[in-house]
Design a protein around this ligand. Sequence first.
Ligand SMILES: C[S@@+](CC[C@H](N)C(=O)[O-])C[C@H]1O[C@@H](n2cnc3c(N)ncnc32)[C@H](O)[C@@H]1O
Length: 381
Amino acid sequence: MVVAFADGFPQAQRFGSLFDLISMAVPVLKRLSAAVFSALGQALDGSAAWLRKRPALASWVFPAEDQASEYRRFNVWSFSRFSQQEQMLADGPRMAFYQEAIRREVRAGDRVIDLGTGTGILAALASRQGARQVYALDHSDILQHARELAAHNRLTGVDFVAIHSRDYDASGPVDVILHEQMGDFLFDEAMVANVIDLRDRLLKPGGRIVPSRFELYCEPVKVRDDRRIPFIWELKVLGYDYSPLAWHRPQEPRYYRHNGTDLSLIEHFVGTPSPALTFDLHTLQADQLPREIRLTRTVTHPGRIDGFVVYFRTLAGDDLALSSSPLDPGRAPHWGFPILRTEFTPCAEGDHVELTLTVEAWDQPDTWRWQHRVVPAGAPD
Ligand SMILES: C[S@@+](CC[C@H](N)C(=O)[O-])C[C@H]1O[C@@H](n2cnc3c(N)ncnc32)[C@H](O)[C@@H]1O
């Protein structure tokens, strides 16, 4: 039966033309909605950019996120990835240091907090060492894998707690705090604040922090000639002069640092290394870290200074150390070695290199500022 509509078209024909109409309309609608949403997006981006240029107004619109919470979010994200964890686990010198330090410091019957347990490896070493109970804390999703690994490896006596250490208050006093919270800049993973917080709240009097003794270094270095990259305004490339760009020095602090990972980059230290800062986490108070460090090195390897390399050593006893120095053959390879860049600075044997490093916050390398000068050998003070 053919049902006729008022306009006289049979239904089959009507469906046919409706389909045609829809199939013609869909691409047009798609293009239209793409255009509308893109215009909307651009308008929103534009307004956001306009607002961000007016901080007073922006603070009403955007939720305030302080640097600490921003860093926390980044930390959670980065350590939830296998790629981060496997680099640390495959770092032989790092693992050997922790194995021996835990063998020396954790005793049978101890109660231990493993601050930032990651895959649970330090908790496992402590448990094997005879710890009665290990509280293994981590705020990143890697903890679910730590639990899985513990079950697979038949680990006992370890409580995995998904929490940021500052919020943790459950275990009562412990004998040992274990941690590996060192960043390339030593302080940039909030080690000092996190460890001191747990120490003051949950470590027994006389309890041990592993590791606790640290040395920070900031040494003038020469980069290999074929690897040296001057600032752009220092360049003259095939007779083409870039010096006018000195008037346009970038504002972003990262530009003034190089994140070294390749050991062949550095040719030598210019002087004899010595710690710029030393501290022990058993006794350090956060406000004791100086905001300014001055150091002087006598030039023993003359030539040129390309920057100041930042690295650390941590010590457990007099004969056990873990080092991120780029020139230490036994270094722990997964740590990078930031170089605080300097403009071309020639230096001769016996000259004195003076560095002043000022920081607003040690855990925020973007707040580090440095100045240096070379005083010729024999010049009056
Ligand atoms: C450098 S990894 C070390 C992992 C593990 N301890 C090891 O040695 O292989 C640091 C770990 O600490 C966690 N972490 C950092 N700060 C933390 C905090 N305040 N509370 C809990 N976990 C934290 C990170 O998610 C990360 O898994």
